[in-house]
Design a protein around this ligand. Structure first.
Ligand code: PNW
Length: 481
C-alpha cells in the first residue's frame, strides 16, 4: 500500500501547509528576564512538588535568548508556518492592560515575527497556552471568574494591535478541556485547584468559551479586514473507539466524544453545549441535591454570541482510547467522570511511547477527523498538534519517524477518501522541552536539546530529515523524492 500512498494523487494538495509547534512556557525560559511577570506555571514549579523530576521551566530550552538560532533551524526544516504561543506575563507582567506594558517582551515577539517574515514562514500564534499571569489568579481566581473575559480580551486586542499585521492564524485557547479538566478537577495542570470537582471545571469552560467568543468578535469586527488572518480554537481529543460492535459501546464512544470535544465544539458551531451534557449533568445535579445544574446555562444572547466563532477548528490529536458502556455511577459526591460514566482503556497490544497515555494508533486520526467532519458541518480543520514521545537521548528516532509516516498517511486518507477539509498539519514538537508535570522525562522534539549544557545546544534527530522530506515533497514516504 505504500506505493499507493506515494502515487502522485496521494500527495498532499499543493496548498496544504506543514508546520511545527511549541508553547511559551515549555521552551522560552527567561522566567523573570527583562521585566516578565510571574505566571501560574512559574508559581506551581516554584511552590509545589508536583513536577515529577522537580524541574521547572525557568530556563528550559532558553529560547528567549536563542530565537535567532531557532528560527534558522525552522527555515531549514522547510515548514510553511510556525505555531508558537505568547507568554502573557512577558507582555503584561500583571496581566492587566492598565498595568505596566513590558517593552522587552514585545520586542522579543516582534523579532520572532520579523525573522519568520524574512524566511517566508507564516505565524500561527496561540494567545493562551496555559501560562496565566499569577496576579490574575490571585486577584480574582483566573478562569473561574467572569472578570477574566474582559481582561483576556484586552490582552488579545493588544496582541492584535502589536502583532496582527504579521499573523496569519490566531488561536485563542490551547485545549480548554485540559485547562479546565486538569487545572480544576484532577490537578494535573496549573493552578491544580481541586476543591470543587464536578463544578469548577464546568465554570471554567463557561468562562473560557465566553472569552473566546468575545475575542473572536473583536478580531472579526476590527482587525480581520486589514490583517486578513484567521482565528480559531484548538481542541484536544483522542479518538474513542467502541470496544465492540454492541450499540451500547457505540453510545459510550459518542458520549465520551461529546463530553470532551463537543463540550467546546458544539457551542462554537451550534451555540450551546451538547444535549447529552445538558441532560446528564442536569439530571444528576438535581439528584445530588443541587437547585440547578452544575453545568452553567448560556443566555439566549450568549448563545448567539458564541455560535459560529471560528474560521477553523484546531485539533490536537495524539492517540486512541477504547470505550465501553457502563452502568451509571451511583449518586454521591459530584465528579465529572461520573457525569460521563464510560469505561475507557487501551489495547495492551498497541505500541507505547514514553507517555503512559500515548499509544501509537494511526487510524485513529482518520476516524476522529471524519467524526468531526460529520458532526460539525465539515469545518476547516487544522491538525495543530500530533507527535510522539521518547525518553530522550535517542537520535536515530525511527519510532518517531514511523509514527509520523503512519499518522500522515491516515491524514491523506481522511482528505482524499473521506473528504475531510484538513488544510494544514502541525507536528508537536519543534524541540524537546518542559513537558508540564512530567518535567523533562518525556521528549517530543524533532530536535534534541541538551538540558545539562548551559548553552542548550540543539541537535537534529533523524526525524528532522524525514520531516524535511515531507515538507518538500508533500508526500509521506521516502520514495517520493
Ligand atoms: C498537549 N491527552 O496536551 C499540549 O498542548 C502540549 O503543550 C503538550 O506538550 C503535548 O500535548 C504533549 O503532551 C495534551 O491526555 C494533554 O491525551 C493531554 C493529552 C493530549 C495532549
Amino acid at each position: 500500500w505504500r506505493e499507493n500512498v506515494c502515487a502522485d494523487n496521494r500527495k498532499f494538495p499543493p496548498d496544504f501547509k506543514f508546520g511545527i509547534a511549541t508553547a511559551s512556557y515549555q521552551i522560552e525560559g527567561g522566567w523573570d528576564a527583562d521585566g516578565k511577570g510571574e505566571n501560574i506555571w512559574d508559581h506551581l514549579t516554584h511552590q509545589t512538588n508536583l513536577v515529577k523530576d522537580h524541574s521547572t521551566g525557568d530556563i528550559t530550552c532558553d529560547s528567549y535568548h536563542k530565537s535567532k538560532e531557532d528560527l534558522a533551524l525552522l527555515k531549514d526544516l522547510g515548514v510553511d508556518f510556525y505555531r508558537f504561543s505568547l507568554s502573557w506575563a512577558r507582555i503584561l507582567p500583571t496581566g492587566y492592560i492598565d498595568g505596566q506594558i513590558n517593552e522587552a517582551g514585545i520586542r522579543y515577539y516582534e523579532d520572532i515575527l520579523s525573522e519568520l517574515e524574512k524566511h517566508g514562514i507564516e505565524a500561527m500564534v496561540t494567545l493562551y497556552h496555559w501560562d496565566l499571569p499569577q496576579k490574575l489568579q490571585d486577584d480574582f481566581g483566573g478562569v473561574l471568574n467572569d472578570t477574566f473575559i474582559d481582561v483576556f480580551a484586552n490582552y488579545a486586542q493588544l496582541a492584535f494591535e502589536l502583532f496582527g499585521s504579521r499573523v496569519k492564524y490566531w488561536v485563542t485557547f490551547n485545549e480548554p478541556f485540559i485547562i479546565c479538566q486538569q487545572g480544576y478537577e484532577n490537578g494535573n495542570k496549573a493552578p491544580a485547584i481541586t476543591k470543587a470537582p464536578g463544578i469548577d471545571l464546568y465554570t471554567c469552560a463557561h468562562v473560557v468559551l465566553k472569552a473566546h467568543a468575545k475575542v473572536y468578535h473583536i478580531y472579526d469586527t476590527f482587525y480581520r479586514k486589514t490583517q486578513k488572518g484567521k482565528i480559531g480554537l484548538v481542541l484536544n481529543t483522542d479518538w474513542f473507539e467502541p470496544a465492540s460492535g454492541d450499540p451500547k459501546d457505540l453510545e459510550a464512544s459518542e458520549r465520551q466524544l461529546q463530553f470532551q470535544f463537543g463540550w467546546f465544539a458544539h457551542p462554537i458551531v451550534y451555540g450551546n453545549y451538547p444535549q447529552v451534557m445538558i441532560d446528564r449533568i442536569g439530571e444528576r445535579s438535581i439528584r445530588e441535591g443541587f437547585k440547578t445544574s452544575r453545568l452553567p446555562k448560556f443566555t439566549n444572547s450568549e448563545i448567539e454570541e458564541i455560535k459560529g466563532t471560528f474560521d477553523f477548528i484546531g485539533l490536537n490529536h495524539y492517540t486512541t482510547t477504547l470505550t465501553r458502556w457502563k452502568e451509571d455511577e451511583a449518586i454521591g459526591k459530584p465528579e465529572s467522570l461520573k457525569d460521563i460514566s464510560v469505561e475507557v482503556f487501551k489495547n495492551p497490544f498497541w505500541e507505547g511511547s514514553a507517555s503512559s497515555w500515548l499509544k501509537v494508533v494511526p487510524w485513529g486520526i482518520r476516524r476522529i477527523s471524519k467524526w468531526i467532519k460529520d458532526t460539525y458541518k465539515n469545518p476547516e480543520l487544522i491538525i495543530t498538534e500530533n507527535g510522539y514521545s521518547d525518553v530522550g537521548g535517542i537520535f536515530d528516532d525511527s519510532r518517531r519517524i514511523n509514527y509520523y509516516r503512519e499518522y500522515l498517511s491516515n491524514v491523506l486518507e481522511a482528505i482524499y477518501d473521506d473528504g475531510v477539509n484538513i488544510t494544514a498539519y502541525t507536528a508537536w514538537s519543534f524541540m524537546d522541552n518542559f513537558e508540564w508535570l512530567e518535567g523533562y522525562t518525556e521528549k517530543f522534539g524533532l530536535f534534541s536539546v541538551n538540558f545539562t549544557d548551559p548553552a542548550r545546544p540543539r541537535t537534529p534527530k533523524s526525524s528532522v530529515n524525514y520531516f524535511k522530506n515531507v515538507t518538500k515533497t508533500k508526500c509521506v514516504v521516502e520514495q517520493c523524492l
